[in-house]
Write a protein that binds this ligand. Sequence first.
Ligand SMILES: Cc1ncc(COP(=O)(O)O)c(C=O)c1O
Length: 452
Amino acid sequence: MTESIATPELSAEQVSTITRQTNYGTWRFQKGWKPLTIVDAEGCWFTDGAGKRYFDLSSQLMCVNLGHKNPRVIESIAEQARELCYVTPGYATDARARLSSKLLEVLPAGLEKFFFTTSGTEANEAAFKIARMFTGKNKIISRYRSYHGSTAGSIAATGDPRRWAMEPAGKIPNVVFAPETNCYDCPIKHTYPTCNIACADYIEHMIRNESDVAAIIIEPVVGTNGVLVPPPEYLPRLREICDRHGVLMIADEVMAGWGRTGKWFSVDNWNVKPDILVTAKGITSAYVPLGLCATTGKIADFFEDHYFSHGHTYEAHPLTLGPAVATIEEMQRLKLVERAAELEPYVREKLLKLKDKHPSVGDVRGLGLFFAVEIVKNRKTKQLFNTMRDKVEGKPLVVDQIVGKMMAGGVAIQAWVSHFVIAPPLIVTKEELDLGIAALDEHLAIADALVE
Ligand SMILES: Cc1ncc(COP(=O)(O)O)c(C=O)c1O
């Protein structure tokens, strides 16, 4: 008989200290990292070790779409663990078949063959390899305002400064960057609609001049880099360009998928069908780590007699698949996609009021329950308070001061360089939205005082 050794209880302070001493804090200088110990979470709220509650205005990392502690999803994790924790991906499992059938119900039509991973970055790696094997071409076009993940392929395709530290050797070659679509601050200095979507046409120019282009990867609604919603013509135009040149369209829906924009997937806002759709986060509401790379039947057919040269030990891991079925069923039962669409005008109006009131607010944009509030030093010139370089050099950012104040007041919000991301769990109530937005309203005064 083995003797049981009681683990001594750790205080919240000890939990934080041990974590800080033994773990890396991601995307930051380690100096100054003092992780807050979180002990509980329910609905749109989480609780720290001192018992203080925080309203989760950004669904952690824009991923807990169902809210915390959904009982059905929790039960599905336990059920799956009791039934079957692991078998090699070469076998079929009940969870795998049930999730695949469920995905066929909610994904854009035509996406019918799946590769499951345990993260968004791995799902993008799979997409790049599949695109290259299928087309026999090499280059991937991505856009500057984008994040696609942290591993060698997806960081190479990441336009934002998280790529810089990996250059030139820590990333795959053959990724070229196009300008993003940003109608607030257009990188090629056009104005919608007289621009006639020049940013899409420029991508066609790139395809012609690069040759050897396998795929273009886009976040249909750009997430971390600013909740950039394209004008209505953009994605249909890009689809035509891809078709004309035999280039695959990869839609990265890791953040924008799963009801966030008021549709199951953000491409559904424009009825555009990608050749490959990549997702993660909301697929299980982040309760367990799952990513998905979904391809068309045409791509699938190719691999009937070509070697599918890809795989992971944890591909189609049963413990991640069962809870995804429960997540989708819960989203359907609670009508959360519809709910995100219904709440959109309410949030938009409230945020536009912030813009009227605060001289530091340069722009408010979004769809569904996915909005950005961008702050600027000067509304006319659109000059930002901080640069991307400030971010990677660990300089204090104005947005972080505001995040700190909001957190102290019990509202957690994500920010990136010069904007805040408003993306609460889709179960959020109007009263909770009022509370979260009121906190932003209160502390925007910090930025207002710095306006020139
Ligand atoms: C659009 C997008 N793609 C890919 C990723 C990477 O996903 P993961 O962090 O699960 O690897 C993220 C993560 O935030 C994302 O927002």
